[in-house]
Ligand binder design. Sequence first.
Ligand code: TRP
Length: 350
Amino acid sequence: MENKKILITGDRPTGKLHLGHYFGSLQNRVKMQKDYETYILIADVQALTDNFDDPDKVRANVKELALDYLSVGIDPKYSNIYLQSLIPETAELTVYYSNLVSVARLYRNPTTKFESLQKEKIFGSNAEGITYGFLGYPVSQAADITILDGDVVPVGEDQLPHIEQTREIVRKFNNIYGETFKEPDAVLSKNTRIKGLDGNAKMSKSLNNAIYLADTEEEVSKKIMGAVTDPNKIKKDDPANPDICMVYYYHNLISDKLDEDNNTTKYKDDLKTICSECKSGARGCVACKRELIEKMNIMLAPIRQRRKYYEEHPEEVEEIIKQGTANAKHKAEETMRRIRKNMKLDYFEK
Ligand code: TRP
């Protein structure tokens, strides 16, 4: 493990993960975990920045998030799943970093800007009541990454501004206090953004257009049956345009994934038939949806199986998080010693 580069990433425990998360980032983590020293963070502190009034929600979703991670194949043999709030060194580093970032720079971050405008209930209209904590969470995220000496950060594209912010902080810190950190790189997936069942450009919980990794076969079936298809196709044998059909879009996505998993081209070959049948009117939407449901369930089967195992073994999940947290904490303490030394704060150390 010693000479491997360090991978760090994570999610806020605020809800179940969906296919957008899976294709956007989780899949990449699963692939990369063996080649890196891997830390996957349950970002409960960050979740509180816009859920400070609902600690029960954050608490309940910690377990859900851990189950999502384990069910997609994040393997505790390779990966440390850990809790952000149990690494208080991160909070300390955030304070030091906060001197290196201007408030104007934080206001320019497109992701926090977008998110804060969507949270009228807590931040008021036009995010006028945005809190210091929410505005500053990218600074705390920079601390998450650097306290573990992260080299790579596999994330969805919405996180790129935060990684850029991290790199800026690192440069400034090194400049002032001497070479202390490396600049981490973001790693994007091939499919960075997954469309929703309704045709929206983004699958998202708030848009209610998502397929969750924890969905049952019945839920998946119901959702796909309601997915948006070419609106010009009225009758079963009308020709249609697959390019504007969500069912075809997911056929494409899942076929790619299944072929990759099984080292085949079978699904890709089927896809050509689906496409031409759709265009010629030889394929009805209902049959096409049924085929997609079947494929989706093939893809989700191993995920469901692992979830079931861990749901039935909660003590094992707890042990995994405890161990992962202990490993991350150990590393953070080491980094903190280096930081204090470089910042001339190592008062009584020999
Ligand atoms: N901002 C991430 C999200 O919205 C969560 C996160 C917190 C994170 N700290 C991180 C991601 C460090 C990567 C690295 O889900």
